[in-house]
Design a protein around this ligand. Structure first.
Ligand SMILES: [Zn+2]
Length: 343
């Protein structure tokens, strides 16, 4: 019906000849796309083989997206950050305690230059179809109804750079409470770095598709989360983004939540002329009956989602976040993909 693209994320990619076997397994699981999850260490240390791994995937007919995974701990993900290891400053700061947090402040010149450098290097050298902005967020977000983080009132970033930028814009000191101006300031800056990076990537490789994937959260009149990317309309207004994507949901959540997140994702994407993407959990948490994964895949297809991705290849098999029945889960996901692509 609506699904045209199916895939999984893939990490720990180091040798093209081994990756080739994995890509063939993905194709046998009815994937036609792959997201290469690249940590800062991968991009720094394994760069020659990233180029080769991407080209192997392309040669096999897969669409290839590059995921700046966990970079600066601004994007979602488990990998450590070279930037944080190599820089004692440029960190996000808690508004309530003034303590530095283990996350880079992406409003600082140092981190922006670092990130743009990574994007330029990838865009120039890696023959990929696009980039995937993976759950970007400020540290310490509110996170009701999410599998990541916990609810709280503290927020970031109130570092000296953010305070100076805020004061330049509004003419008064940055408050410690989350006012409307603070929300707007945070959101505008959070989008500016991604917009700038996306435009730069397209200037180098014009056919690049940019997918922006935000947390799948409630964000209604009553509950507003504060990751900086919570206003989906505002995210979709960025011209340089081609696909609007919302992240995985834990299978313990009610089906009505899967429906409402997906409806809102498809609606806002359509309103702004973007493609739509929904994610499926394929690691850590699994439904009691694995066939429920198929129900959700069909639901997304019926609701008009164009691209489906699972995190991650083989259900996270072999990692500390593997699903209990990781390989079975991966097989069921593959079958579900085949069913909707067959439509
Ligand atoms: Zn800051």
């Amino acid at each position: 019906m609506s699904v045209k693209e199916t895939g999984v994320s893939y990490y720990g990619l180091s040798y093209p000849e081994h990756a080739e076997k994995d890509f063939r397994e993905m194709i046998n699981h009815n994937c036609n796309a792959v997201i290469l999850a690249l940590s800062e260490f991968d991009i720094d240390f394994w760069f020659p083989n990233i180029i080769r791994v991407a080209s192997v995937a392309k040669d096999l007919g897969l669409k290839v997206y590059l995921d700046t995974w966990g970079i600066g701990k601004w994007f979602g993900g488990e990998p450590p950050s070279n930037f944080l290891t190599n820089n004692v400053k440029n960190r996000q700061v808690s508004a309530f305690t003034d303590e530095a947090l283990p996350a880079a402040c992406f409003n600082t010149r140092a981190f922006r230059d670092y990130f743009f450098g990574i994007c330029e290097k990838l865009a120039r050298n890696v023959d990929a179809d696009g980039f995937f902005w993976d759950e970007p967020h400020y540290a310490l977000p509110k996170s009701y109804a999410s599998i990541t983080g916990g609810p709280g009132d503290d927020w970031s970033c109130r570092c000296p750079v953010c305070q100076r930028l805020f004061e330049e814009r509004y003419g008064y000191a940055m408050p410690r409470v989350m006012t409307k101006e603070v929300i707007a300031f945070r959101e505008d800056n959070a989008l500016d770095i991604l917009k700038t990076a996306s435009e730069m990537i397209k200037s180098i490789r014009p056919a690049s598709k940019i997918v922006c994937c935000v947390h799948a959260t409630i964000n209604t009149y009553y509950v507003k989360e504060n990751r900086g990317y919570d206003d989906w309309e505002k995210v979709c207004k960025v011209d340089a983004f081609d696909v609007f994507s919302t992240t995985i949901l834990n299978y313990s959540l009610p089906l009505s939540y899967f429906k409402s997140i997906t409806q809102r994702t498809v609606d806002v994407a359509k309103k702004y002329g973007k493609g739509s993407q929904r994610w499926l959990m394929d690691y850590y948490n699994e439904p009691e009956n694995l066939d429920d994964i198929k129900k959700i895949v069909h639901l997304y297809d019926e609701m008009g989602v164009e691209s489906l991705f699972g995190w991650t290849y083989r259900g996270g098999y072999g990692t500390s976040l593997a699903a209990p029945r990781a390989l079975e889960m991966w097989d069921v996901l593959g079958e579900a993909y085949g069913e909707v692509l067959g439509n």
